[in-house]
Design a protein around this ligand. Structure first.
Ligand code: TRP
Length: 334
């Protein structure tokens, strides 16, 4: 039996190489070895003030982007098509520690952001977010959760809920999920290598995975290389970033030989940039082609995802049925 992997992502606009190399590529690779569950979590996307008219569009956009970049449709589900996540989340509210919730750093960060926003509203959902996340994970009895370091506190919280549940019902029912750390490259903005590649900083600070050739070349050519503080004998953040993009795009030979040039002191940045641009362009061309294919038959793609969500829902329903049994709740029978 294959071990189970679960991860989820919130629907937000377009996908850039920071998202792709930092998370999505890992999802794609894990599909070979594990039984994977990947969710687009729209219930989570409601925890901060949001545009009700755009949520559904954002969900489908993300689904198409994930499919175009290599996630298999049978592993993908939309969270609100599996409403058992919300049901289990309520049950878990009663096994989750209020005090521990008050110590979540993501809540502190995000509620601070909300305070600055126009309507200054912090929802109870934002506070309760980690309980829903625990339900996402435990509902499929996932063994591993591939996420970044920032999610470790939520994973610990998830394990605590599972433990308390198991203790209360007197049975080792839930698997305690582990974080799956993988060596993902850190992708910085090429315009300002001191910050992460991100959409919020503006167009110069990210490269879409579906970007056209000419723009990629232009953006990589103008990548910052030597600006900022560089200690003697250390590679500058901009050059480091270009090397990691090159490696991430699979150009290992070019990477190794250009690194030799660098170490010998005769690397031409224009050569490095040329290769990085070539690497990204090859990938973007493939992603764009795949996306065009999917866009040509949108209806069919949507039906596939509804069908996979339906299949995945069966596994969630089984867990919720057993949980209701174990906790003394009623199961509805039609
Ligand atoms: N909280 C995660 C994030 O901010 C998204 C998420 C929701 C998630 N549910 C999850 C991640 C379950 C892993 C497992 O990125």
């Amino acid at each position: 039996m294959k071990k189970k992997v679960l991860s989820c992502i919130q629907p937000t606009g377009s996908m850039h190489y920071g998202n792709y190399f930092g998370a999505v590529k890992n999802w794609v690779d894990l599909q070979e070895k594990y039984d994977c569950f990947y969710g687009v979590v729209d219930y989570h996307a409601m925890t901060m003030p949001y545009d009700t008219k755009k949520l559904r569009t954002n969900v489908w956009d993300l689904i198409f982007n994930l499919l175009a970049t290599g996630v298999s449709s049978e592993n993908l589900f939309i969270q609100s098509l599996v409403p058992e996540h919300a049901e289990l989340s309520w049950i878990f509210n009663c096994f989750a520690s209020y005090g521990q919730l008050t110590r979540m750093t993501q809540f502190k960060d995000k509620s601070a952001q909300s305070k600055e926003a126009a309507d200054n509203f912090i929802s109870a959902g934002l506070f309760d977010y980690p309980v829903l996340q625990a339900a996402d994970i435990l509902i499929y009895r996932a063994d591993y959760v591939p996420v970044g370091k920032d999610q470790e506190q939520h994973l610990e919280f998830t394990r605590n809920i599972a433990q308390r549940f198991n203790n209360q019902v007197g049975k080792e029912y839930f698997v305690l999920p582990e974080t799956l750390y993988t060596d993902v490259p850190k992708v910085q903005s090429t315009a300002d290598p001191s910050r992460k590649m991100s959409k919020s900083a503006g167009v110069k600070h990210y490269i879409s995975v579906f970007e056209e050739e000419a723009r990629i070349r232009k953006q990589i050519r103008s990548a910052v290389t030597d600006a900022g503080e560089v200690k003697a004998g250390e590679m500058s953040p901009g050059v480091q970033n270009l090397f990691s993009l090159l490696k991430a795009s699979g150009k290992t030979q070019a990477h190794d030989s250009l690194l030799e040039d660098y170490n010998a002191g005769n690397l031409k940045y224009s050569d490095l940039k040329e290769e990085v641009a070539n690497g990204l362009i090859e990938m973007s061309n493939a992603f764009r082609a795949k996306k065009a294919e999917l866009n040509a038959d949108k209806k069919n793609v949507k039906n596939q995802i509804k069908a996979s969500s339906f299949e995945i829902r069966k596994r969630a329903q089984e867990t919720v049925k057993e949980v209701k049994e174990l906790t003394g709740l009623m199961n509805v029978r039609f």
